[in-house]
Design a protein around this ligand. Sequence first.
Ligand code: HEC
Length: 108
Amino acid sequence: MLRPILAALVIVAAAGAACAQTAGDAAEGGELARRWCGNCHVVGRGSGTSPATGDAAPTFASIAAMPSTTALSLRAFLQTPHHRMPDFALTRAETDNLIAYILSLKAN
Ligand code: HEC
């Protein structure tokens, strides 16, 4: 029951730290992540091996834990095509939500 509240607090903190770069909705982002990214990435808090790609695709929790991961770095990544990832043509709001979700995994 506390999780959504915690997640919201983390987002507020993360957004503050990133100069309010992200105003995404982590719950929405979590939905998107499960639907679009879950084939290749472990998108939850757990570790484990990614479904389709084995170890090739890092888990979202491990992405969140990297010191270099910020709202800005995620945005840059998601807005450029990557040869091993499909081009999702994410909208601005979808990108914001996914970023909020991934960053919410930072504070485990
Ligand atoms: C078809 C499989 C596939 C799908 C679907 C996919 N990814 Fe990936 N993703 C990968 C692979 C493989 C890598 C590792 C890329 C590399 O290291 O070259 C990666 C890397 C990443 C990274 C970079 C991690 C880093 O090292 O900085 C992010 C962020 C990411 N994915 C986010 C997403 C998001 C968000 C979605 C859903 C919208 C998604 N991915 C869907 C396969 C996928």
